[in-house]
Design a protein around this ligand. Sequence first.
Ligand SMILES: [Fe+2]
Ligand SMILES: [Fe+2]
Length: 183
Amino acid sequence: MATGTREDVVDLLLKQHEEIRALLDTVERSSGERRKQKFDELRQLLAVHETAEEEVVHPYARRKFGGDGAVDEFLDEERKGKEVLKRLEQVETGSSEFLPLFRELRASIEAHARHEEEAEFPQLRIKGSEDELSGMATLVKAAEAVAPTHPRPGVESQAKNLVLGPVAAVVDRAKDAIHKARS
Ligand SMILES: [Fe+2]
Ligand SMILES: [Fe+2]
């Protein structure tokens, strides 16, 4: 945390990257019902985390230190990650197809997280004021609270997320509630 009790957006995103890495590891190592449950958690965290970055963090980075191409690379990596995640959603976690595809997802997500940590987060700390960094932490949490919980490759821009996000989020959250009630 930057100072006092205010949360800084970089701390928040780093904490989520660590949760994502831990879940990637747990899903790969587990089996049966636990793998299914942990994969659901991972899918949900990845979907809301990337949406919040696309709505709040990357547009700010582009405004503050855009022009170096990194933001376009992040959006491209996020689209590729969502495509693999969407394919994985169609596969049973216990089937023989799951692990090879999951390892592809893991490599893509880990490389993307490292890229943001090296090329974006340090710049946010340098260029952002304390107020901006704590304000963005609040915005990221608000965006995550209403974000879709399933991946939608092709919806990476801030504008598309804001148009399609709310409807998709209601549909996803209803589906999740029904799924939970049945299991
Ligand atoms: Fe990202
Ligand atoms: Fe991220």
